[in-house]
Design a protein around this ligand. Structure first.
Ligand SMILES: CC(C)[C@H](C(=O)O)[C@@H](O)C(=O)O
Ligand code: SF4
Length: 419
């Protein structure tokens, strides 16, 4: 019998063959924590578990990304304490304000690699599945335990297979596939399952991160894209990464469910307030005017996302009365956007550019919404109050739809601008 990707990775981490349903103790390859949760993790690590040092300073990554730069005195104090702790623990991989969101940063730095078990203090740690790792978010106690011992315990998840068939039409892409799946199976459709994405070999690692981060929005414990295909090869060659030969899609692997999506007929998907799985086809939406368009986050703030938006914004201006905020997911994405002209196009169109990081995604700084405002957001959550006022409305969509919306002032198909 074959194994799913999750079973293969967790077998290696457990040091024996394991299958879905088993409770295991597993070795952690990498543990990530960020500024938002670090105070409680550090407290549990030292005060409750009595550990003096992390188990392996080379296998811990710390990123200041959630409120970066600090917006309040309290953020600044927490970040100061975190920097001191990082020095005291001699943590090798520390990324301070401006480097970007933990997920793309670990991928770009080549720290997240295929076949790894990666734990993060963040629900979107499923992101590491973009490079064929089992990435899972954990709470403070589990994170502290992993930091102290290098081990974790978990139940090996079943796997939902997503099978994409055909090719995306112009103006349609990974975000639309992810939202379509949320619409088909619901926010709890893959609860505690590993989500394996098949038929997406063409997608770049940036686009794969869109799918991997959206996996938690359907309840996934992990969201893994097999490390094969042109999109993977490009990343692997650039970063000098070789996927382990034991990690591959196996005949006879058992899936709890297969969900098929026909890309040939897929149109832009819009998640309407206030739930991620409240998804409509753009053509069903009617006219929705917006106050702000926000391009960014670990889901759609990558270099490819900004470039996709720039292709639509080129030679055009943001509509009067609308503001376009662009917050790159990482400094590397910003550098690439600078080098290839994307940044100039965004600025000429009238965009305001923020420091790479989480930005206003969780409503703590850099563009929070006022009561009554309507936002077209490329992120992954549109819960009430997520980006500021509970009276604001958040629509989720792709960067292409975001760009077209910025130009026209209402939620629009990219073709409406490009024709
Ligand atoms: C603040 C953090 C713990 C949180 C998460 O776990 O996902 C945030 O990143 C989010 O997207 O809501
Ligand atoms: S960008 Fe948003 S979703 Fe991603 S880690 Fe930051 S706050 Fe969470």
């Amino acid at each position: 019998m074959g194994q799913t990707l999750a079973e293969q990775i967790l077998s290696r981490a457990a040091g024996r063959p394991v299958s879905a349903g088993e409770n295991i103790v597993a070795r952690v390859d990498l543990a990530m924590m960020h500024d938002s949760i670090s105070p409680s993790i550090i407290k549990i690590l030292h005060q409750e578990l009595g550990a003096e040092q992390v188990w392996d300073r080379d296998r811990v990554a710390v990123v200041v990304d959630h409120v970066a730069p600090a917006a309040t005195i309290q953020n600044a104090e927490h970040q100061l304490a975190l920097r001191r702790w990082v020095r005291q623990q001699q943590i090798t991989h520390f990324f301070d304000v401006g480097r970007g969101i933990s997920h793309p940063v670990l991928v770009e730095e080549g720290l997240a690699r295929p076949g790894m078990l990666i734990l993060g203090s963040d629900s979107h740690s499923t992101a590491y599945g973009a490079v064929g790792a089992f990435g899972a978010g954990m709470g403070s106690t589990d994170m502290a335990l992993a930091l102290a011992t290098g081990q974790t315990w978990l139940r090996v998840p079943e796997t939902v297979r997503i099978l994409a068939r055909g090719r995306f039409r112009p103006g349609v892409g990974a975000k639309d596939l992810g939202l379509r799946v949320a619409r088909l199976i619901g926010a709890d459709g893959a609860t505690y399952q590993s989500v394996e994405w098949h038929g997406v070999e063409e997608l770049s690692v940036g686009e794969r991160m869109t799918l991997a981060t959206l996996s938690i929005e359907i309840g996934g414990k992990a969201g893994i894209i097999p490390p094969t295909g042109p999109g993977w090869e490009e990343h692997a060659a650039r970063r000098g990464i070789i996927a382990p030969s034991w990690l591959c899609v196996e005949e006879g692997a058992r899936y709890s469910r297969t969900v098929e999506v026909d890309l040939d007929t897929l149109e832009p998907q819009i998640s309407v307030p206030h739930f991620v799985d409240n998804v409509r086809d753009l053509s069903e939406l009617g006219r929705v005017e917006v106050d702000v368009v926000y391009i960014g986050t670990c889901t759609n703030g990558h270099a490819n996302d900004m470039a996709a938006a720039a292709r639509i914004l080129k030679g055009r201006k943001v509509a009067r009365g609308v503001r376009l905020l662009v917050v790159p997911a990482s400094s590397e994405a910003l550098q690439q956007a600078t080098a290839d002209g994307t940044l100039a196009t965004l600025l000429e169109a009238g965009a305001a550019i923020g420091t790479p990081g989480c930005g206003a995604c969780i409503g703590r700084h850099m563009g929070v919404l006022a009561p009554g405002e309507v936002c077209l957001f490329t992120g992954n959550r549109n819960f009430r109050g997520r980006m500021g006022s509970p009276e604001a409305q958040i629509y989720l969509a792709s960067p292409e739809v975001a760009a077209a919306t910025a130009v026209l002032g209402y939620i629009a198909h990219p073709a409406e601008v490009m024709r």
